[in-house]
Design a protein around this ligand. Sequence first.
Ligand code: ZN
Ligand code: ZN
Ligand code: ZN
Length: 475
Amino acid sequence: VFRKRFGDRVAVLHSKLGLNVRYDQWMRVRKKEADVVIGTRSAIFAPFDQPGLIIVDEEHDTSYKQEKKLRYNARDLAVVRAKMAKAVLILGSATPSIQSYYNVMSHKFKYLPLLSRVGGGVLPKVSLVDMRGRKNKDGEILSPELKEAIGANLQRGEQTLLFLNRRGFAGFILCTSCGYVFRCLNCHISLTYHLKEATLCCHYCGFTLRSPALCRNCQGKDVLYLGLGTERVEEEVKRLYPLARVARMDRDVMIGRRSYVKILKGLRDGTIDILIGTQMITKGHHFPNVTLVGVILADLSLNIPDFRASERTFQLLAQVAGRAGRGERPGEVMIQTYNPHHYSVLSAMNHDFFRFYKDEITKRRELSYPPFSHLINFKIRGNSLQSVVQYSYKLGDLCRSLQQKCEESRNGLQVLGPVAAPLSKIKGKYRWQLLIKGRQVRILHGFCKRVLEEARGIRIPGVQLIVDVDPMNML
Ligand SMILES: [Zn+2]
Ligand SMILES: [Zn+2]
Ligand SMILES: [Zn+2]
């Protein structure tokens, strides 16, 4: 599209390009042979002298944050770069991040509404399936309502997406009678369930509870551990619809780009009737024949141990809803949930970002989470659990004693943890974390600098300390 319009004055920069090609493209920009750069994250460093316009599409997407080596958030850098160059910056999204919309409300950004739906078409009809209090002896994942809709869709020869909004594997406990979820009283994030120890614990502050037998809200006995995978959904779908052509798309199956392309092609050609998948299926594709989207359980992303869980859920639900019926036929979306009154679910159902923002920003203010505070996450990694734990506690002691030494940090900062990360071991490396929360950036950063200087004195070999400023991923 861009080449048609601007000819060869366009350069492309992204990390999948070979080193030589990337160098070429980079040099073309330097030599002023290109006026337009299209690229991913790192394109924000494109060597323009005077950028006039920077556009960040899908600005809410957390993948703008680079999590390896040099940690940066390309969206935030775009804000800085535009300011320095006095350029115009456009952040685009159908589901803006709370951070960016807060900047609109505080008059740092200007809001430009898009008045019609891209590609036309009507918004799909969204309905909720209340899963509470159902007697479900066989532990079936699909409700009768959703089953019926899938069956009808199959008969019409139309396609169905089943979406599992799971991130990581942090399990939690939920009361299937009333929908109550155990949360940390200090941090308000969902407590993570540990099967082996039979405990629930908060992965921000370390608060731990023996795994309860009764619901705290309704005293019912139906408190259940919820950990669902796409495999289980696939099994059930295949059992229920033996004649349907079923495919699955998640990180376990999608090893190469080829399998990914194959599934997308299958959807387009109509050789797949039902596709089951995670986040991957929400990203930007357009399937005119998909007329039904089923969200297996909204609660899965509502309860990831992260203060942004509600924001992510709203974005995910709004985005999957956008997958349905962009063609000529109107789409239908069914969301199964134990929390039908949660504002994330309700506002996604009504396609109402503003209502969501109002509720969410109130929560953030109450609990003093960003944008009303700033976070720095010290991540501690190592191959030996003992060393990692030892280091973490020493770092925790150091933080607390430094905090006591000065009045600003005593009043303006909160030290949470240390505690194991929700995903406590990845690729053989143990992971712990220590979270510092502060209302003012200046105090927070000053404090963390002092901590880092003193932390050099902690001599435990084989442990790596990573400083994550404004963390996007708390797993
Ligand atoms: Zn835990
Ligand atoms: Zn907590
Ligand atoms: Zn209950």
